[in-house]
Design a protein around this ligand. Sequence first.
Ligand SMILES: [Zn+2]
Ligand SMILES: [Zn+2]
Ligand SMILES: [Zn+2]
Length: 303
Amino acid sequence: MPTNKGAFKIFTLAGIGVYVHWSWFLVAFYSIQYRTHQYSSVGWNAAEYFALFLIVLIHEFGHQLACRQVGGQTHDIVLWPLGGVAYVTPPQRPGAQLWSIAAGPLVNVALVPVLAALWSASYHLGWSDSHHDLYNLLQNIWVINLVLLIFNMMPVYPLDGGQILRSLLWFMVGRAGSLFAASIIGFIGVAGLIGVAIWLQSIWLGVMAAFILMNCWGGLRQAQALARIAKLPRREGFACPSCRTAPPLGELWRCGKCGKQFDTFLTHGVCPHCGVQYGTTRCLDCGAAHPISEWMTSPPVNN
Ligand SMILES: [Zn+2]
Ligand SMILES: [Zn+2]
Ligand SMILES: [Zn+2]
């Protein structure tokens, strides 16, 4: 789980904190100073970079608000040089995941005609001659939004396109199988991306490919763990209040104090090794934590 370590809080909107990682400022400074553009002064470069920042930000808010709508947990938005990271925990259902992910790119889709209208209006007002910098800025913002949208919709996990593909596959092959398939497709995509990065000699694409590769590897590992859990026999009389799945049988919960594993449903949240009492029990299927009493589907037997 990524954190907002090393990031500065800019503001809070609708209960969502917006952070910018320090490396973002570094890359912003570099890009504004050295990116060659058709502007007459560096101030216009800065304005273009700020527009990029805004587009990424509202894209991330798209994810957050959609996730909240389907009853998921929203956290913070952290902007990195590679793009935004929205810390969202949508419910572990394919439909909820699909909407939470798709809402981000849909923001960019909605921006396409809006930005095109602005650019077109500036053309008809004759700004390409009278306000050359402003005209170029509007044109570039339209292009930036479209490039972001196309790049992000590549079916390569964990890009939004890859995650949308994963949610769609989830309907057909289940939670573990869909993550497995999306990760494998992601590896193929990464191979292609590395090829393009070498061809274009783009450090940015190379770093992006490394980031995607790490995430695909993590996705593959998580898919294996999910498949293992899915195969385990289940305990009767209990179900997760969030996802309604019965907990698996076995010593699968690790004590945070002594580090030993135990079956929390046998001991009602007490570690049999060191005696620590846990107030809530985490669902291995969806990650939600609830007190054991809320997990019970049949009244406890008194003996
Ligand atoms: Zn996104
Ligand atoms: Zn659950
Ligand atoms: Zn313990």
